[in-house]
Design a binder for this molecule. Sequence first.
Ligand SMILES: [Zn+2]
Length: 344
Amino acid sequence: MIIDCHGHYTSEPPAFIEFRKRQIVAFQESSNVPEPPQISDDQIREKLEPAQLKFQRERGTEVTIFSPRASAMGHHVGDAKLSAAWTRICNDMIHRIVNLYPKNFIGVCQLPQTPGVPPDNCIPELERCVKELGFVGCNLNPDPSGGYWKEPPLTNKWWYPFYEKMVELEVPAMVHVTGTCNPAFHTTGSHYINGDTTAFMQFLTSDLFKDFPTLKFVIPHGGGAVPYHWGRYRGIAQDMKRPPLKELLLHNVYFDTCVYHQPGIDCMTKVIPSDNILFASEMVGAVKGIDPETGHYFDDTRRYIDGSTILTAEDKKKIFETNALKVYPRLAKQIQHQGIAATA
Ligand SMILES: [Zn+2]
């Protein structure tokens, strides 16, 4: 079975996007909160069928671990109340999609984070999504300020109550920033990659995983700059008298394959053990086009794993399937519950 651990709902019906705009305007003008949009199942199908579902079919990936559009989480927009209302609507929409297409998607939740507000306030929504909606993980934003990095690092005790709940519920977090309001950054080009790289460096300099030996994070987008600079990070750890990275981090930190060319995947698979890599594409959205050098979509990442001459068949199976089952302990049960079966 091929499990894509990183997909976002980026094919929302226009009414959903319009609602968010009205919600923000209502906040800014202190006017009445608009009613959530009435969206029919057909409106959802109409947008999803020619996008995520079509690509799943064409590329032969069975199931996508699916969360709300990351760039639209907008934790820095409005206040905690607005973030909570928006998050709930987004997560409910994912749940609806999972119910419409139980063979294709498994839910992961957005969290109602807000700059300056301790992440304890995300615990009820995490519990609701996991216990009531059958979600298997969450997206945790290390920078709810949207590009100004005002929160304590992910290794600070500020985050600990939330981690305790993650451990209790047996759910990992994908470290995932949202859109940036800092004009120095481009959302998917630099802000996302900065978020990934920054989280890794925070983990490297701390004893977080001594405090939480079973806590698990997926660093997406191929781990940002990490695999390419693995030598630098190993060297920094050594200079700081830290344990070797494998011992320090690789029981808890995983990387996905959202790297959009073969040489990038080859570099990653040479330096990161195959036990720590999860298949993902982040389709549809981050990069939409076709690579003129290959004639294939940049985000058709299955091709790079299939085409790898570095990975063995056993490595590929880990990356496509078994690592995801290990990192998301609730996934196997959810796959069974939703009746998902390998098609190949
Ligand atoms: Zn993403």
